[in-house]
Design a protein. Structure first.
Length: 314
């Protein structure tokens, strides 16, 4: 087995993965998508719990269906009314759950809850979104880019909007694969400096680049223009906040300045008329948002097999 395909216990961030491990997950997701039957029993007899402190459509459904296609059993535990760690300690959560389930998929507010959970359980822990990271989304996104362009290497990806969880994980994945990442946000909304620094280091090693700024013109020539909601689930919108984001709407003008082969990307859910115009997101020729949504399942199946599945003969 190649080093990139060695098992790891948890998937908490894209930053934890070596570039070869990101490449291997994308390759496995492509293979799973092509020939799902080969993996039909990879999770046989194993249970997966989904603990969600926040709402979800894509993540919940794609995990539940993906687990079932791998022959496992998934159950959803609604944590929207009481956060993990409130009724009993995060440690006791982990120590109990490992007696019944092989994998914990958790959507939380604080990344440190995932870290504490992972450190206190033998079950694998997969980050299904935290305030800080959204690694499963980013894996689906680089899978989508790979399908569209054959590779992420050299592809210019411009994220325009809030330097949030989706932006952070995307930047980490794109730079590890040698892409040209551009992050355009209103002043004060860039991703944390430490994330940008680590992306710069990664880009230098992997042959990519990172550019961060506040001028929407930086997205010119992009092969993919990506945006996300201006107000994430853990944030509160205000007239002032929305006004700051106004110049960063992805509209027909932004797409006209992108490269000739450019695609539009969004993790969804979207607010048409806010971060993106209806014309752009509903342009079937350029918008790949539903491919991204479908690819959540294939990418996550690759992760599930890596952390908890049976090896499949290649
Ligand atoms: N993109 C994404 O994570 O969607 P959900 O919030 O619906 O899971
Ligand atoms: N940035 C968004 C992503 C939703 C999938 C949020 O955290 O709400």
């Amino acid at each position: 087995m190649s080093q990139a395909r060695q098992r790891y216990k948890d998937l908490l961030t894209i930053g934890q993965l070596r570039p070869a491990e990101v490449e291997a997950l994308v390759a496995d997701a492509l293979a799973l998508k092509r020939e799902p039957r080969r993996w039909a029993g990879a999770l046989a007899g194993r249970s997966v719990i989904l603990l969600f402190e926040k709402p979800s459509l894509r993540t919940r459904v794609s995990f539940e269906v993906g687990v079932s296609r791998l022959g496992g059993h998934a159950m959803y535990y609604d944590h929207s009314k009481q956060r993990i760690g409130e009724r009993e300690s995060v440690k006791d959560y982990g120590r109990n759950l490992e007696r019944w389930v092989r994998v914990i998929v958790a959507r939380v507010f604080a990344q440190r809850v995932l870290e504490e959970l992972a450190g206190n359980t033998e079950a694998a822990v997969i980050n299904a979104l935290s305030n800080e990271h959204h690694p499963c989304q980013a894996l689906a996104d680089v899978l989508t880019l790979t399908e569209r362009f054959g590779t992420v290497r050299g592809v210019k990806v411009a994220f325009v909007g809030d330097g949030n969880n989706v932006c952070v994980s995307l930047a980490q994945a794109v730079t590890k694969l040698g892409g040209r990442m551009v992050i355009v946000t209103p002043p004060g909304h860039a991703p944390p400096a430490a994330v940008i620094e680590s992306c710069r280091r990664e880009a230098a090693e992997c042959g990519g680049s990172v550019e961060v700024g506040t001028d929407p013109a930086l997205a010119a020539g992009a092969d993919a223009v990506y945006t996300d909601e201006w107000v994430s689930m853990h944030q509160t919108g205000s007239a002032e906040r929305l006004a700051a984001f106004e110049p960063y709407r992805v509209d027909e003008r932004v797409m006209a300045r992108a490269s000739g082969r450019a695609v539009f990307m969004h993790c969804l859910p979207a607010v048409r008329g806010q971060e993106v115009t209806a014309g752009v997101i509903d342009d079937a020729a350029r918008s790949v948002v539903y491919d991204q949504a479908e690819n959540r399942m294939h990418a996550q199946m690759a992760v599930l097999v890596r952390v908890a599945g049976d090896e499949i003969a290649k």
